[in-house]
Design a protein around this ligand. Structure first.
Ligand code: AHM
Ligand code: MG
Length: 334
C-alpha cells in the first residue's frame, strides 16, 4: 500500500537533482482534491447544490455552487503552499498571480478546470477536476506572467485529473514517468496507488459523443459516427455509445478500457466547447503518455499554439486505432 505522498517522494529519489517542488505541488493538489471530495460527498445535505446566485463565468455558463467552492479550495490551498506561482482557472477570466516572495520562487504554474461536468452535481452523477502544470518561462523570484501560462501542450511538465465517482481517484502523469492512478480511502483520508503504469488499450468498445449534436457536425464526423454505429454482429452496433456528461468520467473509462471521446465543432458552436488549456491539453498529455492519440481533426492537440487562456478546440481523443480510423475518414470540404 503506497500513498500518493510516499509515491511522489519515491519518484523524487530517482532524480537526485530534483528539488521536490513538483512532488510538493502534486501533494497540494491532492490535499485540495480531498477537501473538495468532502464537500461533494455531502453536497445534497449541506445546501451546496444548484446555481451560485445566478453568477455567470467568463465562458457565459451558469456557475454552480460547487464550481465556486472547488475553485476557491484549489486556489486557497495552492496560494498558501509554496510550490505554485499562479493559477489560470476556468472560473476566473484573468490569471491569478500569487505575488508573494515564497510563491514567486516557485518554478511551476497550474491551469485547471476545478469542477468538470458540474451540471452533473444535482443528479449525483460523476464530476471531476482537471489540471495541467507548466514550468515557468519567466524569471524566478518575480511574479509569474501571461507567457508562463500560454505555452503549447507539448511543454506541459505534468497533468492529471481527479474523478469524484463511485470512488474518488487521483490520476497524474509527468514527462519523466508513466501515468499512475490512486484511489481515496475515505476512512483514512489517503490516496493509495491502485492503478500503476496505466496504459490505454489501442482498441476499445465505446465511443463517447452526445447524439443530440449529430445534425450539426460536419460530414467527416458523421461518417465516423456511422461507422461506430454500423450493425456488425446480430445487428448490434460496432461500438457502444456512452456519454457521462463529464469529460473526466468518459476519459477515465477510456484510459482503463479503451475507446474514443469526441467533442467536435458544430454549426452553432464553431469552436467546439471544450477548453484547450485546462481540459484538452492535460487529457491529451495523459493520453499520449498512455499510448493513445489526441487531435483537433487536423493536428495534434498539444501542437496548438494558444492565444487565450480560455480558448476552445474541437477534440477527438482516445485509443490509437479509433483515432486513426477517424483520421482516415474523408475531410468534408463544405
Ligand atoms: P464544464 O467544465 O463547464 O462542466 O464543461 C465541460 C463538460 C464536459 O465534461 C462534457 O463532456 C461536456 O461539457 C458536455 O457538454 P454539453 O454541455 O454539450 O453537454
Ligand atoms: Mg470541464
Amino acid at each position: 500500500m503506497i500513498t500518493l505522498d510516499e509515491f511522489t517522494i519515491q519518484q523524487l529519489r530517482l532524480y537526485p537533482q530534483a528539488t521536490g517542488e513538483l512532488s510538493g505541488l502534486l501533494r497540494g493538489i491532492g490535499l485540495a482534491a480531498k477537501m473538495v471530495n468532502v464537500q461533494v460527498n455531502k453536497a445534497a445535505i449541506a445546501d451546496i447544490l444548484g446555481e451560485d446566485g445566478g453568477a455567470v463565468n467568463v465562458q457565459g455558463e451558469t456557475v454552480q455552487k460547487l464550481d465556486s467552492l472547488a475553485n476557491n479550495t484549489f486556489i486557497n490551498v495552492l496560494r498558501h503552499g509554496i510550490h505554485c506561482a499562479g493559477i489560470v482557472s476556468e472560473e476566473n477570466e484573468e490569471m491569478i498571480v500569487f505575488d508573494d516572495p515564497k510563491n514567486n520562487q516557485s518554478k511551476y504554474v497550474v491551469l485547471m478546470d476545478p469542477l468538470d461536468g458540474s451540471s452533473n452535481t444535482d443528479v449525483n452523477a460523476p464530476i471531476g477536476t482537471i489540471f495541467s502544470i507548466y514550468r515557468r518561462v519567466s524569471k524566478l523570484g518575480e511574479p509569474c506572467t501571461k507567457e508562463d501560462f500560454l505555452q503549447k501542450g507539448d511543454n506541459q511538465f505534468a497533468a492529471g485529473y481527479v474523478l469524484y465517482g463511485s470512488s474518488t481517484m487521483f490520476v497524474y502523469g509527468t514527462r519523466r514517468h508513466s501515468v499512475n492512478g490512486f484511489t481515496l480511502d475515505n476512512s483514512v483520508g489517503e490516496f493509495y496507488l491502485s492503478n500503476p503504469h496505466m496504459q490505454m488499450p489501442v482498441d476499445g468498445k465505446t465511443y463517447h459523443f452526445d447524439y443530440k449534436y449529430y445534425h450539426g457536425v460536419d460530414q467527416r464526423v458523421r461518417t465516423f459516427l456511422d461507422y461506430c454505429n454500423e450493425p456488425v454482429d446480430n445487428l448490434d452496433g460496432r461500438f457502444a455509445n456512452k456519454n457521462a456528461g463529464c469529460m473526466v468520467a468518459d476519459m477515465h473509462r477510456i484510459f482503463l478500457k479503451g475507446g474514443m471521446f469526441l467533442y467536435p465543432t458544430r454549426k452553432n458552436k464553431p469552436q467546439g466547447k471544450l477548453r484547450l488549456m485546462y481540459e484538452c491539453n492535460p487529457m491529451a498529455f495523459l493520453t499520449e503518455l498512455c499510448g493513445g492519440s489526441a487531435t483537433d481533426g487536423t493536428r495534434r492537440i498539444m501542437e496548438i499554439e494558444p492565444t487565450d487562456y480560455h480558448e476552445r478546440t474541437p477534440i477527438f481523443i482516445g485509443s490509437k486505432h479509433l483515432v486513426d480510423q477517424f483520421e482516415s475518414c474523408p475531410v468534408d470540404d463544405n
